[in-house]
Design a protein around this ligand. Structure first.
Ligand SMILES: C[S@@+](CC[C@H](N)C(=O)[O-])C[C@H]1O[C@@H](n2cnc3c(N)ncnc32)[C@H](O)[C@@H]1O
Length: 263
């Protein structure tokens, strides 16, 4: 029997409309879909009725299906001739361990294709109408993990991260936000640097808070976020706060008419 193929597919940050056309076409042709915890129900609803669904969802500090078993599962299913979709939140190659799965498939001689997804930093930034780079505010953006293996210290290059001209998008940082903020300030980043925390970004349950860097840990704790949280640290976060102020004041966007879509 000929081997099947595995598609490592990004489901985007949560809003089902941010799934790519290619991803939805491939999901519709799947024999089996193995999906993560962050993939929303509206996207799972696109899985064909006859296809098998396997929930390999992971939670912080708790892995219902350990990564080596997921790798082996993908190899086994494809070796049995199936068309397999491995569906992951955001982009499969940004903090998604998709590259480990791809390496395992390569070792086993299984064909694999990667379908990128909108990563949560992009989705959350767009939801907040905040650019990740902006002339005069940020010349670059860095995606960093705020999570480390149990009992290990965060192994980040704090000197280079404490750069006032770079936007930091911190994934998986909620549990370590006090340490992250403390280290950035200790390495020279201003305590007044604007920040934004977004929980469940791009979904109907999205929540956002703006804070100065030194206030962020307490503000995030008080917010009692549920679901995934992304932190944006850098001057661009002030632009999100400006939009929020307009929303809070209930002031209509003065340019809305000018850019209204003409049917
Ligand atoms: C294991 S990483 C997966 C990242 C994913 N591959 C991506 O490209 O977005 C999970 C982390 O992504 C971030 N995240 C994912 N979806 C999010 C969302 N809708 N809102 C806020 N943060 C999100 C959170 O920091 C969460 O802890």
């Amino acid at each position: 029997m000929a081997f099947g193929k595995v598609y490592l597919v990004g489901a985007g940050p949560g809003d089902p409309e941010l799934l790519t056309v290619k991803a939805s076409r491939i999901i519709a042709r799947a024999d089996v879909v193995a999906y993560d915890r962050l993939v929303p129900a509206e996207i799972l609803a696109l899985i064909p009725a006859g296809a098998a669904r396997i929930d390999v969802g992971k939670q912080a500090g708790h892995h219902p299906v350990p990564q080596p078993e997921i790798n082996q599962l993908l190899v086994r299913l494809a070796a049995a001739g199936r068309t397999v979709v491995r569906l992951k939140g955001g982009d499969p190659f940004i903090f998604g361990r998709g590259s480990e799965e791809a390496a395992e498939l390569r070792r086993a001689g299984i064909e694999c294709e990667v379908v990128p997804g909108i990563t949560s930093a992009q989705g959350c930034a767009a939801a907040a109408r905040m650019p990740l780079t902006h002339r005069g505010l940020a010349t670059g953006v860095r995606f960093v993990t705020g999570h480390c293996k149990a009992d290990e210290p965060l192994d980040l290059d704090w000197n280079s991260l404490a750069d006032p001209h770079t936007t930091l998008a911190v994934y998986m940082g909620l549990g370590n936000i006090s340490e992250i903020v403390g280290r950035l300030i200790a390495h020279g980043l201003s305590a007044d640097t604007p920040t934004l925390a977004i929980s469940q970004g791009t979904t109907a349950r999205e929540r956002r808070l703006s804070a100065r860097l030194e206030e962020l840990p307490d503000a995030a704790r008080a917010a009692n976020f549920e679901g995934p949280v992304l932190f944006i640290i850098g001057k661009v976060a002030a632009l999100a706060a400006e939009w929020s102020a307009i929303e809070d004041a209930g002031i209509a966007d003065p340019l809305a008419d000018q850019f209204a879509v003409v049917a």
